[in-house]
Design a protein around this ligand. Structure first.
Ligand SMILES: Cc1cc2nc3c(=O)[nH]c(=O)nc-3n(C[C@H](O)[C@H](O)[C@H](O)COP(=O)(O)OP(=O)(O)OC[C@H]3O[C@@H](n4cnc5c(N)ncnc54)[C@H](O)[C@@H]3O)c2cc1C
Length: 488
């Protein structure tokens, strides 16, 4: 089988790439490979209060049509300057246009433009954070609720499916140069191996491909740069604590005015309905399976006996752990030793003081004044995941960040008032992707391969992934049109 273009990964990067090619060069013969399942067949047992079973080797949270835009969850679309490292990479004017196009395409199935928040914050919000030496990073953010994200994913499917070949449960496992073409190996759901040749390959493999794509690129002789690694925790609390600031800025991130040890908030899931902690299963990407955390904003959950939960991630740069790979391995080893590679939790008090807290999850969760969003957790010493320097950064960073949020909320509470009312859940791990050498079209120099989205190691996010997909797709369409013209 020969294809003009093979795209590995049907997340926002791969989908936007396919659309950009079909827009600029209709009739291009595209095969879209997706290691995961069809979009309606991606339930997560953890969302239903059950244990993570790994879903037969394919984590439905991060694999399947839609990629890490999980069907059934909400998401935030954060526009530039969120993901600002893309600006020098793509060029400022081009980056702006790509961001506008990506947002328009991602929201087109909704039939309306969602409201953008996150800019022109109130003086009270700015002042509350400045008092703690923090500045809120302002950029436009749209919150896409569960039903709306389902509409977006279904819309992409209906738009693309008739115009390309889409294979689910089909994983790209190898690529080799073969004359002018690439020779690909694809493992299908029947555990068969199929060989396909193509003119262009797009790697849009996101989280599931975090290590396998790097290996593939290395085999092809593509130089890669080690990533920066951040580690941290997710803090879960009653929805009322984060609501005020979450409604002003749904994707709250801060910069530190005094350049103290760098910590950052990540994937803020506050707002009126809070958010759900998500468990992502990396399968064998790091040896034996490990589970890490993320979060999705929600808009449609209903509270039971206790208020709903909201959460945010807090990360610091790794310290005292060697280079990026050594740091990653040392963190994962400690996680396995402490918790068997499965998420665990302790109270904020136990985390900050590094003292033993509740010994059972049932006791721990019952003591919380909100309904934890995940039940598949164990009680354990989350603080022990971190070196002393990392723990100092995280605790100091948390006090400043949460102190600002509480001041802004005008609830009359301080951090010390909520020590027994907040769950600290671990671990969070960020930026594990090696950065391959790619040009402004996301192309690997000298090879007909583009690397887009999270896999490119430049910026994370749905809009940012789509931007890179569009840039690559347009370049491929130009090249394909030239080849077709020459062969006529
Ligand atoms: C729980 C969670 C919540 C998030 N919330 C937000 C949010 O609210 N806003 C935001 O901007 N970002 C959010 N993110 C990050 C965002 O989802 C990602 O940055 C974005 O999806 C990256 O897009 P991508 O296309 O590069 O990769 P992905 O979306 O990860 O898609 C990659 C796809 O490639 C497939 N794949 C992998 N390897 C292969 C292979 N070898 N062959 C074939 N297919 C393969 C995978 O199965 C997957 O479907 C969240 C991430 C997670 C996990």
């Amino acid at each position: 089988m020969h294809k003009d273009v093979v795209i590995a990964g049907a997340g926002p990067a791969g989908l936007a790439c396919a659309r950009a090619i079909l827009t600029a060069a209709p009739g291009t013969d595209i095969l879209l490979l997706e290691a995961g399942r069809a979009y309606r067949r991606r339930p997560c047992p953890v969302d239903r209060g059950r244990a993570c079973t790994g879903c037969a080797g394919i984590c439905n949270v991060i694999s399947g049509f839609g990629g890490s835009m999980h069907y059934g969850d909400g998401a935030k679309l954060s526009l530039l300057p969120s993901g600002r490292r893309l600006i020098p990479h793509l060029g400022a004017d081009r980056a702006d246009e790509l961001c506008e196009t990506a947002f328009a395409w991602l929201t087109e199935p909704l039939g309306r433009t969602p409201e953008l928040l996150g800019e022109n914050l109130t003086g009270q919000a700015v002042d509350a954070f400045a008092a703690h030496q923090l500045r809120i990073r302002e950029y436009p953010v749209a919150v896409i609720g569960e039903s709306d994200l389902a509409t977006v994913i279904a819309g992409w499917h209906d738009l693309l499916n008739p115009n390309l070949d889409l294979w689910h449960i089909s994983e790209l496992t190898d690529a080799k140069e073969h004359g002018q073409h690439l020779e690909l190996t694809v493992r299908t759901g029947l555990s068969e191996e199929r060989r396909i040749s193509c003119d262009h390959l797009v790697l849009a493999t996101g989280r599931r491909g975090v290590t396998s794509t790097t290996e593939l690129l290395k085999q092809l002789g593509v130089p890669t740069e080690l990533p920066d690694i951040s580690v941290g925790v997710r803090l879960e609390m009653a929805v009322g604590l984060l609501k005020a600031i979450g409604e002003e800025h749904p994707d709250l991130k801060v910069s530190q005015l005094d350049h103290a040890q760098k910590i950052k908030s990540f994937c803020f899931c506050g707002g009126d309905n809070g958010g759900r902690i998500k468990v992502t299963n990396y399968q064998e990407a790091f040896g034996d399976p490990i589970l890490t955390l993320d979060g999705h904003e929600t808009t449609e959950r209903t509270a039971g006996d206790r208020p709903l939960a909201s959460n945010f991630g807090l990360l610091c740069q790794v310290q005292d752990r060697g280079n990026a790979l050594e740091a990653r391995d040392s963190f994962i080893t400690t996680y396995r030793e402490l918790a068997g590679g499965r998420p665990f939790a302790q109270t904020l008090r136990a985390f900050l003081t590094r003292r033993t807290g509740a010994t059972s999850w049932s006791e721990l969760q019952a003591g919380m004044p909100f309904q934890p969003s995940v039940l598949d957790l164990a009680a354990g010493p989350v603080d022990q995941l971190f070196t002393d320097a990392e723990h100092t950064s995280l605790t100091a960073g948390f006090r400043r960040f949460m102190g600002s949020i509480l001041d802004h909320s005008r609830l009359g509470l301080s951090v010390d008032d909520i020590l027994d009312d907040v769950l600290v859940v671990g671990p969070e791990l960020e930026f594990l992707w090696d950065k391959p050498a790619i040009d402004a079209d996301c192309k690997v120099p000298g090879l007909p391969i583009h690397v887009v989205g999270d896999s490119a190691g430049i910026a994370q996010g749905i809009v940012q992934a789509a931007m890179m997909g569009i840039a690559a797709g347009r370049a491929i369409a130009t090249s394909t049109a030239r080849t077709h013209a020459e062969s006529r």
